[in-house]
Design a binder for this molecule. Structure first.
Ligand code: MG
Length: 159
């Protein structure tokens, strides 16, 4: 078994859709980024890649590469899942926390977990998505951005 951690931050801006875990969430701002800015999915990918000792998403999907512009991060997560399976790993479980002052994310956490599980060909029970505010403190509290933390456990297939 191997464990990995992922962390990501994206800036909030007007005129962008807010996508978290592949779910579009109604809000007056969205996360900026080369891709869709899906901070949750990025943290999950970094946790998975880290657990497998395969670096980070910047190495696999460089933001200097135009093919990743505005791409759905779930598409990238599918590729990470395939890479892991090819290297003999299966997902044990993933636990993630989004740090955001607004909007209220709890009503969407189940849908986010479902999308992540589908992309990874995993069971929804293996994926936990939570959200917290920062009690108004810091960049998240000032609505300047959102962060996400993820921990992933991988199990070796047939070793
Ligand atoms: Mg990112």
């Amino acid at each position: 078994m191997r464990v990995g951690i992922g962390y990501d931050v994206h800036r909030l801006g007007k005129g962008r859709r807010l996508i978290l875990g592949g779910v579009e969430i109604p809000f007056e701002m969205g996360l900026l980024g080369h891709s869709d800015g899906d901070v949750l999915t990025h943290a999950v990918m970094d946790a998975l890649l880290g657990a497998a000792g395969l670096g980070d998403i910047g190495r696999h999907f460089p933001d200097s590469d135009p093919q990743y512009e505005n791409i759905s991060s779930l598409v990238l997560l599918v590729q990470v899942g395939q890479l892991l399976r090819g290297q003999g790993w299966r997902v044990g479980n993933i636990d993630a926390t989004i740090m955001a002052q607004k909007p209220r994310l709890a009503p969407y956490s189940e849908a986010m977990g479902r999308h992540l599980a589908e992309a990874l060909d995993a069971d929804q029970a293996q994926i936990s998505v939570k959200a917290t505010t920062t009690d108004g403190l810091g960049f998240a509290g000032r609505w300047e951005g959102m962060a996400a933390y993820a921990v992933a456990l991988l199990e070796a297939l047939g070793r």
